[in-house]
Design a protein around this ligand. Sequence first.
Ligand code: NAP
Ligand code: ZN
Ligand code: ZN
Length: 349
Amino acid sequence: MSLVHAYTASSATAPLAPGTIERREVGPKDVLIDIAWAGICHSDIHTVRGDWGEVPYPLTVGHEIAGVVAEVGSEVTRHKVGDRVGVGCMVDSCRECANCLAGVEQYCLRGFTDTYNGTDRDGTVTQGGYSQRIVVDEHFALRVPEAIPFEKAAPLLCAGITTYSPLRNWNAGPGRKVAVVGLGGLGHMAVKLAHAMGAEVTVLSQSMKKREDGLRFGADHYHATSDPDTFERLANTFDLIVNTVSAPIDLDAYLNLLALDGAIVSVGAPPEPVAVTLFTLFENRRSFAGSKIGGIAQTQEMLDFCAEHGIAPEVEIVRADQINEAWERVLASDVRYRFVIDASTLGGA
Ligand code: NAP
Ligand code: ZN
Ligand code: ZN
């Protein structure tokens, strides 16, 4: 057991504050990672603020981790000391159920272990990446290719894979019209990835404020959803809409934008139930689906794809003492486009 510095939530409302957390001893199949960078995902905020239910405090969040392997267990074969690795939303799963065997550990039928607010093997609550070090099973540590700037690697482990997975699974590519709703952390990755896959990409954002950015990230079109004309002009247009919005949206209005056999895939995770008018689904044989992060193999595929295509998130580096301010900016949709914590500022020697 070792103690490491962290930035920790003590309640749903108190600002995060410096503290320490325990990391387990390195087991035979574990790697110890010195965390260099930790991304701030909107899910961190939903979790701590209790949007998704009660959580045990104190809790350290963060599931976009990039770091360097500092120690390996005796049976580790995938990684060695000094390797650049990433850890996303999962730190364990049963590895035996049909879904784990199919490489979609995020749908482990026994439930995967979340990087934070999960139940660890020893029964303790898992603690996340706003910390100096983490110990994980080697299976859940990804290889970060050299071509990806290290400080930009962390957000790929959640924002990257969560958008890559539905784009791949719903066949974004040449000849397909893809819309991305919400240009935040996930949304801007969806735009870059869909463009690199060859799709015709449209951004649907609340305002025109980020238009230049959206086009620079590879979008072919950009529209404001605050303009009712947008919904008339774009009716029956898209093959795929990836919804990344962290708040409820008027799903029927967006369903109307789908062409024949089009699908809306929601990754945005507001807690409220959503209303869908079935008659809107009947038209154009539309569908409405959800998607959760991505499996380990697909996460590695995404990292390699980003390296090959020169794709990385737009990041704003923050010190530990700026995390609370960064959270407020995320909540105000004022993130350009992912905050990444410099883990060397988390305190202690
Ligand atoms: P983010 O950076 O805050 O981006 C969300 C974007 O949604 C904002 O930038 C904004 O874009 C838009 N938005 C926010 N509030 C809105 C409102 N009231 N009405 C309309 N649009 C609004 O958040 P993120 O980190 O990308 O995460 C997005 C969501 O995905 C969160 O709910 C998060 O928990 C969830 N998530 C899910 C998974 C999964 O596996 N399914 C994984 C990671 C995250 P514009 O200003 O451009 O409109
Ligand atoms: Zn996340
Ligand atoms: Zn399983």
